[in-house]
Design a protein around this ligand. Structure first.
Ligand SMILES: [Zn+2]
Ligand SMILES: [Zn+2]
Length: 145
């Protein structure tokens, strides 16, 4: 097991403990599923991906575990405006923002040092202690124009 995986496993264990939930291999598999994917998927897609990998887990457990991971900032919940919540691993060392096509739902990731810097300055000016942020730009992608 790589060091990062061990760190992530310990983090999951401590969060489950704080939530009063048991650490189970199913919950670990759900966390791994998000940790190892670069996609922006909804809970159903995550559930079917687990099924396809032969992991026996109920839909309810998938939904509840995802909610718990969002609540603890382990994963990010994305609202791209189509009524379906999408989820991705919240890698605080590789932060990125999103460009979202409102016609086809395509999501493009970007990172701007300057945008992050301005956001921190704005928070500071307003005496906000910044915990995390979510920055989405909505528009029409090249293919849909
Ligand atoms: Zn598009
Ligand atoms: Zn993303």
């Amino acid at each position: 097991m790589r060091l990062i995986e061990i760190a992530c496993k310990e983090r999951l264990k401590s969060i489950l403990h704080n939530e009063g939930l048991r650490y189970t291999s199913q919950r670990q598999e759900i966390w791994n599923e998000l940790l190892e994917s670069k996609e922006h998927r909804d809970a159903e897609e995550i559930y079917y991906s687990l099924m396809n990998r032969g992991i026996q887990v109920s839909r309810a457990t998938v939904y509840r575990t995802i909610d718990m991971l969002v609540k603890n900032n382990m994963i990010e919940k994305l609202d791209i405006g189509d009524g379906k919540a999408r989820f991705e691993y919240n890698d605080k060392y590789k932060h990125h923002d999103h460009l979202i096509c409102t016609a086809c739902g395509k999501i493009v990731e970007f990172y701007s040092k300057n945008i992050d810097k301005y956001q921190r300055e704005i928070a500071k000016k307003n005496k906000f202690e910044l915990l995390h942020h979510s920055h989405h730009l909505f528009g029409i992608c090249e293919d849909c124009q």
